[in-house]
Design a protein around this ligand. Structure first.
Ligand code: GLN
Length: 538
């Protein structure tokens, strides 16, 4: 039977609940258990697909095409397991499904209510995560903080799960803040006491506390919390501020967090293997030299809007022992007459143009791609980055001056990037992009092939527009190589320029599959090229 760990939060948001949930999952995985993760987001959007990246950060995409909150990206990077549709549950999804069932008449004339209909729907999703993943342990993070109006139904469903499955199958972790007050110079437990009281008012007794504090809370604070919250001292875990987030699971392991959970579940304490993880912590702690990469985007005021790209760059950096320094370039600034690209890119050893939507800042990105191509600076384009690389090449090499995408100019005479026929009829914006895994066949003797060393790859997608095959011949004649093709639908997936030291762009998003201990091949070869470019420059 699947066991469940639930991670709630109290006092304030932003305590690193997601990192705590992923760290627990990692520790249990390293003990030989099959784990799966879930996140409950108490908002009414059905998924994160329509949310503005400047408010919510980059959207994550699972292999089966679910557009989710960026936390799922943290989970996948930590536990190195692919998550799916049942990993991301929102109020929007729950209510939509209940209302659809009501319309179909599934409730047989009953009055549809928060309890039991909404809570049953939530519980079904919890149990479904266990059965569909066949995991030994499912770790679920509940977004927001206890007491938020939107999360009430989730908390009530969890109370029911705790009652239905019992203590030996459920474990509740509550993350709180233990602030240090200057002046009286002490750590304060009251916010935690109140937050646990809130949770108990809703019928849930947490089994462990994770206390975020500037330093270890010490035995006296723990004894006080234990007394007020009815939690054994051993189950009060310190979560001190760290510079390297990969240190968090190690800190929890040192406090026997995994052991405490497995003991409650009556599961054997299989030997823990954290070797790879410890090596990663050491690598990250010892990075010295920097390698600067320019990231050209339009959402740069919130760095989380490009979190997967930045993480993927960092992972590749770990392999060559370099700290990646991002030069954040606002694409709109590049559009100004006065923009001095030489100055902007002067320290950069590589230029990356990631994904994006809408026409703002497009011409600036095209200018950056042109700069990288002409000056032979390593370039990696992702999704929109590939589409713009094609536009730049069509305009400046093939002399198709008005080449564009119909996304930015619907009346364009030379739409080198265009909507696929099946996308033209779509009216709804949510969940209708080309999403999730699609196959791509690689051409031999290309950069793409030498990166992957595989004939067929599977990568995740999130886009509506495609390369227009009507322009394939002319672009090919002028030197662009189409090195990755989805043969089933005849769609271009990767383009590259053999006359350039490193110029490659993909229609898919490789960044979603990068892991700290296993960098993605496209990112690794880009970072290696950037490193060589630096050496040559010296
Ligand atoms: N806006 C482009 C499209 O929809 C690219 C999307 C992206 O970069 N994720 O096709």
């Amino acid at each position: 039977m699947t066991k469940y760990v639930f991670v709630t939060g109290g006092v304030v948001s932003g305590l690193g609940k997601g990192i705590t949930a992923s760290s627990i999952a990692l520790l249990l995985k390293c003990r030989g258990y099959k784990v799966f993760m879930q996140k409950f987001d108490p908002y009414f959007n059905v998924d994160s697909g329509t949310m503005n990246p400047i408010q919510h950060g980059e959207v994550f995409v699972t292999y089966d095409g679910c557009e989710t909150d960026l936390d799922l990206g943290h989970y996948e990077r930590f536990i190195d397991e692919e998550l799916n549709y049942s990993s991301n549950i929102t109020n929007g999804k729950i209510y939509k499904s209940v209302i659809e069932k009501e319309r179909k008449g599934d409730y047989l004339g009953a009055t549809v209510q928060m309890v039991p209909h909404i809570t049953n729907e939530i519980k079904n999703k919890i149990y479904e995560a266990g059965t569909s993943s066949s995991a030994d342990i499912v770790i679920t993070e509940i977004g927001g903080t206890v007491g938020d109006i939107e999360a009430e139904a989730f908390i009530e469903a969890l109370r029911q799960v705790q009652y239905e499955l019992g203590q030996s199958n459920t474990f509740f972790v509550h993350c709180t803040l233990v602030p240090f007050i200057f002046g009286s110079d002490e750590l304060k437990t009251k916010p935690t006491q109140n937050s646990v009281k809130d949770l108990r008012n809703k019928g849930i007794q947490p089994n462990a506390l994770v206390c975020r504090a500037p330093f270890d809370t010490g035995i006296h604070i723990k004894e006080k919390l234990s007394l007020f919250c009815s939690i054994p001292v051993s189950n009060i875990i310190d979560s001190i501020d760290v510079n390297n987030i990969y240190q968090v699971p190690i800190n929890y392991h040192n406090q026997r967090f995994d052991e405490i959970i497995l003991n409650q579940f009556n599961l054997p304490l299989k030997k823990s293997n954290l070797k790879d993880w410890e090596a990663l912590v050491k690598t990250v702690d010892n990075l010295k030299e920097e390698l600067e990469i320019s990231l050209v985007g339009k959402y740069i005021e919130l760095h989380d809007a490009y979190i997967f790209v930045v993480e993927a760059l960092k992972h590749a950096g770990y392999k060559i022992n370099k700290k990646i320094k991002i030069n954040w370039v606002d694409s709109e600034n590049l559009e100004k007459e006065s923009a001095n690209l030489k100055e902007i890119f002067k320290n950069s050893k590589g230029i990356i143009v990631p994904g994006g939507f809408g026409s703002r800042g497009i011409e600036g990105k095209i200018k950056a791609i042109n700069y990288a191509r002409v000056n032979k600076i390593p370039f990696l384009g992702l999704c929109l980055g590939m589409q713009l690389a094609v536009i730049e090449f069509a305009r400046n090499v093939c002399n198709i001056e008005d080449a564009n995408s119909t996304e930015f100019n619907p009346l364009c005479q030379n739409p080198v990037i265009d909507l696929m026929a099946d996308q033209k009829a779509i009216i709804n914006m949510g969940g209708t992009l080309r999403l999730g895994n699609y196959e791509c066949t690689l051409k031999k003797n290309t950069l793409a092939y030498s990166d992957y060393k595989q004939d067929v790859i599977l990568e995740r997608h999130r886009h509506r527009y495609e390369f227009n095959n009507a322009y394939k011949d002319i672009l090919e004649k002028n030197g662009l190589v189409f090195s990755g093709i989805n043969t089933k639908a005849n769609l271009v997936e990767i383009v590259e320029l053999p006359t350039h030291p490193h110029f490659i762009a993909s229609q898919f998003h490789p960044e979603f599959k990068s892991r700290p201990t296993r960098p993605h091949p496209l990112f690794l070869s880009f970072i290696k090229a950037a490193n060589e470019y630096e050496t040559k420059k010296k």
